[in-house]
Unconditional design. Structure first.
Lengths: 137, 179
């Protein structure tokens, strides 16, 4: 009959079967197996499976990925688009701030704020408005 | 020349050294990637990406470690990312993978095992193949899969149970997406 201890016993029995150290002592497992048909049949089935798989080995696979990789190794890594956009936004913001500083004191703050909001949106949404969506072309 | 010395040469900027590493491990990596992804072309893409990532991260490689186990973590990451990107949920049981070879096993038996393996989820297939066909110990499995040994035991047990079910008749439903 299956007991709450069965799951742990089966896992430990499997570990012993695989030649590994198990958390549960071998003697306890053997004693349990004598009285629990469920665990005994589970382990017998695992042993059968291992025997069935034993004659097979992983097939050798051949392939040459070097040509494709070599082409990439020579190429300098592309700068991420997000970084370019962020740099552009910061540059524009700084430019507008400098421009606005020389303007009429009543309106100087409006333009940087507008550009700032646009830059923030740009960064948060991470949407490139100039990107052409290939699916639509 | 051992892997550690080859990595050292790569870091010094010798272009042939990385090629040496790649030629040493690309077949093995391709086999592992096919076993996870179940598609040769996609597996090839994953292997390429993994080698490129490894090349970029080579300076982080601890030369006390085994190169392939470090690389395997990168490779499986690329494989699962590619699986997620392509949403390969549907397993085509008709596709023959030729993952295994055996001079003594009858062809029908080998094909039955391959079909049952194909019916497993990528994570189940991975753990079973690493254990049975690469002979990894539980500690090595834990290191390769980035999980504790207790999880290795339960994952291996469940994977074997599903493989057993697959071999004894109806194939176990594939469960993709889990890791």
């Amino acid at each position: 009959m299956e007991t709450p201890r069965c799951d742990a016993i089966v896992l430990s029995a499997m570990a012993w079967m695989d030649g590994e150290v198990a958390p549960i002592d071998r003697a306890e497992i053997d004693a349990h197996m004598l009285t629990c048909r469920h665990c005994a049949s589970e382990i017998a089935a695992l042993r059968l499976l291992a025997e069935r798989l034993a004659p097979a080995s992983r097939a050798a696979v051949t392939g040459d990925v070097w040509p494709a990789i070599e082409a990439h190794l020579d190429r300098p890594r592309a700068i991420p688009a997000g970084l370019v956009l962020t740099a552009a936004a910061v540059f524009l913001l700084a430019w507008r701030a400098l421009e606005a500083a020389a303007m009429d004191p009543l309106t100087w703050w409006t333009r940087p704020v507008t550009v700032g909001v646009a830059a923030l949106l740009f960064l948060c949404l991470r949407v490139n408005p100039f990107r052409v969506e290939p699916r639509l072309v | 020349m051992d892997d550690s010395a080859t990595v050292q040469r790569c870091l010094k900027g010798e272009p042939d050294a990385f090629r040496m590493l790649l030629e040493r491990y690309q077949g093995r990596a391709l086999g592992h990637a096919i076993a996870i992804i179940r598609n040769r072309d996609d597996a090839q893409d994953a292997v390429q990406e993994a080698f490129l990532n490894a090349h970029r991260a080579l300076h982080t490689f601890d030369r006390e470690r085994v190169f392939y186990s470090w690389f395997y973590a990168i490779l499986r990451n690329c494989c699962y990312k590619l699986l997620a990107r392509r949403r390969m949920d549907a397993v085509d049981h008709a596709v023959r993978l030729d993952l295994l070879e055996s001079p003594t096993l009858p062809v029908d038996d080998r094909l039955a095992i391959e079909r049952a393996l194909a019916g497993l989820s990528p994570t189940d297939r991975e753990v079973v193949m690493l254990r049975h066909f690469d002979g990894l110990s539980y500690a090595e499995l834990a290191a390769s899969l980035g999980i504790p040994i207790g999880t290795v035991m339960s994952r291996l047990f469940n994977a074997r149970k599903r493989l057993r079910d697959g071999l004894s008749g109806g194939l176990a439903p594939a469960q993709t997406g889990e890791r």
